[in-house]
Design a protein around this ligand. Sequence first.
Ligand SMILES: [Mn+2]
Length: 464
Amino acid sequence: MKYLAICEDDLLFQFMRKLATKRGEVLFLVQESEAARRIRRRGGSSQSGDLTADTTYEKAHLDRVNQVILFIRSRQLREQVYMLLRTAKPELPIVSLSSEKEATGNHKDPLLRRLPLEDMFEEFCAPQLLDTINRRTVERIRSLFREKDKIHILLQHDPDPDAIGSALALRELLGRNRATTPIVTFGEVTRPENLAMIRLLEIQIDRITHEDLHQDGAKLALVDVQPPYFQRPLGKVDLVVDHHPKRAPFPARFTDLRTQYGATSTIFTEYLRAAGMEPSQRLATALLYGIKSDTLFLERGSHIADLEAFTFLYPFASRALITRMERPALPREDLEALGRALSRLQLEDGVAVIHMGEVKREDVIPQMAEFCLQIEGVEWAIVSGLSGNRVVISVRNVGYVKSAGDIMKRLFDQIGSAGGHRAMAKAVVPLDRFKERFGEVSEKVIREAIVPLIAEREEDQPHE
Ligand SMILES: [Mn+2]
C-alpha cells in the first residue's frame, strides 16, 4: 500500500509523524523544498514541486500510488490539485481533509472521501482538552475543604435522582463518607421512583433545618440547585455545581454551572472520569439514573455530553436496579381501588372516565390513565383521585389532533394547576376549590365537564 500525501507544507507530517516514519509508505508531496527537507530530516520521505504542474505528479509516480491524502488549506489550490489528479488517474481514491464549509471536488465522485477537520478535532482533541479542564476543576474542588471539615451536601426540597446521584459522586470525589459528608435537604424525597432509588441503593438523605446548616463549622455544597432557589440566605456557600439556568447572582467560593447540559450527573461523571476514578456499581447506577430521568432518556434538552456520560457509565451500572426503580411496586390498596373502578367502567364515545376516590399514592392515577388507553375502544382516558386534600386528574389520549393540555388548562387552571400537551395532561386542584366550582368529585361531574370540550375540539379541527 502506497500513500501520497499532498500538502502545502509539513504540518500534516507533524501531525502523523509516527505513522509516516514508521510505515515509510507515505510519500509527502509538498509545495516548498524547505518543507520537504524538514520532513526528510525527521525521518519521513518527501518530494517537492509545483503542485499545479503535471510533471510534479509524474515524478511522484502516481501510477504506483494506492491512496491520496489531500491536505491543502487554500481552497483554490485544493480544487486545482483535485482536478489534476482526477484527469491523470480517474480511479485513484482520494481522502480530502478540509473544513466542512469548503468541501472539495465533485460531490458525485465515489472515490473521493471528505473528512471534515472540525469533526476530527471534536472527536479526538476536544475530549482530551475537556478532560484537562475537568481535572483542574476536580483539584480545585478538593482544595476547597480541609480534612477535618464536615460538609453538608444540600439538595432541593424534593430531591430527584439527578441531585442524589450528583451528591453521591461529590462525596466519592472527595473521598468521604456518610458521617463526615451527609446529604441533606429541608424537605424530603416523595416520588415513589425516587424513594425506590434511595432504598435500593441504600442512600441516606437527612432532613436539616436552616439553623443547623453550618453547625460545628460545617461547610456547604449545593448540587443540582443554586442558592436563590432557597429564598432564605444560606450563609457561606462553598460549592455550587448545577445545570439549571442562573436566575439570580449569588456568592459562592466555587461555581460550575453548565446550563447546556441535561443533567448535573453528567458534570460529575466528567469529573470522575477526568480524575481517573472508576465508579462503583452503586454510584454508576445512581448517576445513570440521574441522567436518564432528567433528560427523559436523553430526549429532553440533552447535550452530546449527556450521551457521552451515559455511554461511559452504562457498563458499570445495574440495569436490573434501574428497572426496579422505574417501576416501583404499587400499594395493594391502590390496586384494589383500581380493580373496583375498572369493574364499573362505562365507555361512551371512546371516553373512559374513572374516579378512584382516595389513593395512597398519587402516581397510581397517571399510571391508571395510561393503562386505560389500552382498553379496546378507548380513545381518551380520564382518571381522577383524591390525594390528601387535592383532586388529581390525569388525562391521556391516543394522540390525534385533540389537545389534552389545552382542555385541562381551560377547565382547571384558574382553580388549581393544570397543563400538559396533546396526548397527556394533568390537573391538581385543592378539594375545596373543586367543590366550590363543581359541587362534588365524581365520575359524573368530571365526565360532564370534560367530554363536551373533547367533542367540541374534535369538530373544530378536521383530521390532518
Ligand atoms: Mn437536574
